[in-house]
Design a protein around this ligand. Structure first.
Ligand SMILES: [Zn+2]
Length: 136
């Protein structure tokens, strides 16, 4: 809570609305001449939009590689300090130490979300974002 000059208390989150930004991401297979052991095809990719992983037609990723990439995606979606390694480091290696597969995570654009449309807290929730017009 913040306090105005006249003593009125204001919730700074309410002042800014109840929204927040998340980056959309692109996760792309990169080999750069390395030979993969697993099925990693250079250039295959998927997108991350909010909570959703979005695959184009025919795009695949090894579930072992996905297991390595997945924990970093929520952190990479958020606004971070330019000095934070999450801001600067973009490639994750396949968990097989003999494999040359890597996965480049790129921030593509920012998407606005509303807290009340994304929270499960019963006293703070409204219609989920994906049920609203234009939601996905
Ligand atoms: Zn691999």
């Amino acid at each position: 809570m913040a306090e105005d000059a006249d003593g009125t208390e204001r919730d700074s989150a309410a002042e800014a609305g109840d929204g927040f930004w998340l980056y959309d991401l692109k996760v792309e297979t990169v080999l750069d001449g390395r030979t993969p052991v697993c099925r990693h095809i250079e250039g295959e990719s998927f997108a991350v939009e909010g909570e959703a992983l979005v695959f184009g037609k025919g795009q695949r990723i090894s579930m072992y590689a996905l297991a390595a990439v997945l924990p970093l995606l929520p952190a990479k979606q958020r606004l971070t300090s330019p000095n934070d390694w999450i801001s600067t480091d973009a490639e994750v290696a396949c968990p097989d130490p003999h494999c040359g597969g890597r996965f480049r995570i790129t921030r593509t654009k920012k998407r606005w979300f509303s807290h009340s449309e994304t929270t499960g807290l019963p006293d703070q929730r409204s219609t989920p974002y994906w049920l609203k017009e234009g939601g996905q």
